[in-house]
Design a protein around this ligand. Sequence first.
Ligand SMILES: [Zn+2]
Length: 297
Amino acid sequence: MEGQQNDQSRERDVAIGCALLVTAAAVITAVAFPSALPPQASFNDRENRLLDSQAARDTGSTGSDSRLAPLLVQREQLGLSARGEPIDLVRIGDGPIPILILASIHGNESAGTALLIRLERELQRFPELVDERSVFLIPMANPDGVALNQRFNANGIDLNRNFPADNRQNSLRFGREALSEPEARAIHGAIEAFAPSHIVTLHEPLTCVDYDGPAESLASAMSDVCPLPVRKLGSRPGSLGSYAGLTLGIPIVTFELPRNARDLNDDQLWALYGSALIAAVRWQPTAIPVTALPVTP
Ligand SMILES: [Zn+2]
């Protein structure tokens, strides 16, 4: 009897162990190989990012469990700066509405980089914000300018005048021709590859929400939830705003943080401007309501 019980006990243990192994394998498979990756999912390190993303969500204090599919988070090198520094791109989500948000195209206006790093974290904590979205982030579009704490890239060119807009002007500061600079080519390539439904570019210090193209309601949606008023600054020659908004007709907001933004820490920046970025993520041309913005300081 005793021997029989031991045998039954061993059989039960083996059965439980097998069941656990099968369950673990199923979880790993579900995390590493989501069923609906988009065709352009050619990023490196996809599986690792998915696992990292899942781990971040599992340990997040308020993350939603409503999505069964893992949140897609991918990183790739979009291009290289004039000095050969990487220009990184982060993709969050695999939905049908692509959104491009970039910061630090002017190297001495880098508060936006901190905001986009925080935005990436928050979108992973609240993956429902990314539903139906693919959010493409370029947190530092001009890494050489940031390193040199200067507006221009390492060649002395204003990247935000280097785009092939209809109002483009060639000059020493704006570049000898459109897209003469590798950083501008990288951003241009992202627009061509991902066809964003709308774009947000973060600047300082003009303290307003400026826009080009059919973006008035996007600008209002962002302004409504942050201290910055909507203000039309006028289109600059060869700017990203002119190119995307006027030449291509893509709604684009130039989000101009105040001069003191770089003195604020990550929490202070997010408390003031995080809701505006989330409003931009949730906005679409046929406006949908922006509700329940989970901004936490
Ligand atoms: Zn600027």
